[in-house]
Design a protein around this ligand. Structure first.
Ligand SMILES: Cc1ncc(COP(=O)(O)O)c(C=O)c1O
Length: 394
């Protein structure tokens, strides 16, 4: 028998998973080119050639010990390269000793939560949120506390945020560029959050960690710059990965970069390395640490994602959809044309459109379109979106 907790979770399979299964069935029935699947956030583009070349080089090298266990934090030279990259726009630089290589951003978040949470402590997340956060927090006996963002901007509502910080708050997770909205938080709103957190830290007499989940940091459009979190917060940790920026989601490689000003840095880093080991990751994949170390600041072709965003936004707005125009990631989060977003997504399915309801991200009334897909599919899908919109005008 498996645990009651997991049994319960399996009953509520994620919406993304459900749409994936649904999509496979529909493709069999209607044919691949007649189904418009916008449900998955799986990077569409292949990794840059330089990454594949480096992979071949590392595989062919005869460096002794390259495939053995290592320090649980990762290779020192790789961590230094990550620190150099994070330091590009930072006031107080970090060193290799502030970096821990992880099994993707997902592994990084779990390592941090395992390290910082005591039973029943609270972690604030901002809706709409990446649904896995709820499971990650519960994995480590924490309690998720949800703060809704404002509908007009999809940035956190400050009054609500302040009201949800309690004596039990251990951490706040922020995710910008955001999944599912694509929105990038402004420097002004981040500074407001920092001020609230500093005030609450003083009131309760303990620190509140800011976990900045940044796997989409490199996927930004329109010349917008994502602020460096370490310049704004004190007790902050950046979690990043190469899943989206280099199209390496299946290879499971990322890192945690801790603020040099964070309290008890040495103890924290020892705790993170311990958690990385005892959660069973042991260390991030050796091969991929070496490969990505020289490609940290490269990306897949961002302009291709931007083209997809622009074609979709132009068409969707023309046919009556409302949305906040996002500057990052590869998602749109328009308002559903009826109150019940799940029913709306079911309507969309009648037009062979696979979308994910906002309810799956803790934000009903909206739906997510993931545009990391083939451009030809987007073009083929436009008439289906038009037919869907038309069906609500009758
Ligand atoms: C917001 C967010 N955080 C974390 C992850 C996990 O990324 P990784 O593949 O680096 O574990 C994802 C993946 O889709 C994501 O959207």
């Amino acid at each position: 028998m498996i645990s009651k907790d997991i049994q319960e979770n399996l009953k509520n399979a994620s919406w993304i998973r459900r749409m994936f299964v649904e999509g496979a069935k529909m493709k069999e029935e209607f044919g691949d080119d007649k189904v418009y699947d916008f449900s998955l956030g799986n990077p569409y583009f292949e990794p840059p050639k330089s990454v594949i070349d480096k992979l071949k080089e590392v595989v062919n090298s005869d460096e002794p010990g390259a495939h053995r266990y290592m320090d649980n934090s990762g290779f020192k030279d790789v961590r230094q390269k990550v620190a150099n990259s994070v330091n590009k726009d930072i006031v107080d630089p970090i060193g290799f000793n502030h970096v821990l290589m992880t099994v993707g951003a997902a592994g990084g978040i779990n390592v941090i939560l395992r390290t910082i949470l005591d039973f029943g402590q609270e972690v604030v997340i901002i809706a709409p949120y990446f649904a896995e956060y709820i499971f990650y927090i519960k994995n480590h006996n924490g309690v998720p506390v949800i703060v809704k963002s404002d509908e007009s901007t999809f940035e956190p509502n400050l009054d609500l945020f302040e009201s949800k910080i309690t004596d039990k708050t251990r951490a706040v997770i922020i995710n910008s560029p955001n999944n599912p909205t694509g929105v990038i938080y402004s420097e002004a709103i981040l500074k407001d959050l920092a001020e609230i957190i500093a005030r609450k830290e003083a009131q309760y007499g303990h620190n509140i960690y800011v976990l900045s989940d940044e796997p989409y940091k490199a996927l930004v459009y329109d010349g917008i710059k994502v602020p460096n979190i370490h310049n704004i917060f004190k007790n902050s940790m950046i979690i990043n990965s190469y899943s989206k920026s280099l199209g390496l989601a299946g290879e499971r490689i990322g890192y945690i970069a801790v603020n040099s000003k964070i309290e008890n840095s040495e103890l924290l880093m020892s705790g993170l390395a311990f958690a990385n080991r005892t959660l069973g990751f042991v260390n991030a994949p050796a091969l991929w640490q070496k490969v990505t170390a020289d490609s940290i600041d490269e990306t897949v072709d961002i302009s291709e994602y931007q083209k997809r965003r622009d074609v979709l936004i132009e068409h969707l707005e023309k046919i009556g959809f409302e949305m906040v125009k996002p500057n990052g990631a590869f998602y749109l989060f328009p308002k559903a044309m009826m109150e019940d977003d799940v029913a709306f997504v079911m309507e969309a399915k009648k037009h062979n459109l696979l979308l994910v309801p906002g309810s799956g991200f803790g934000y009903p009334g909206y739906f997510r379109i993931s545009y990391c897909v083939d451009m030809a599919m987007i073009e083929r899908s436009l008439h289906a979106f038009t037919a869907l919109a038309e069906s609500f005008k009758k």
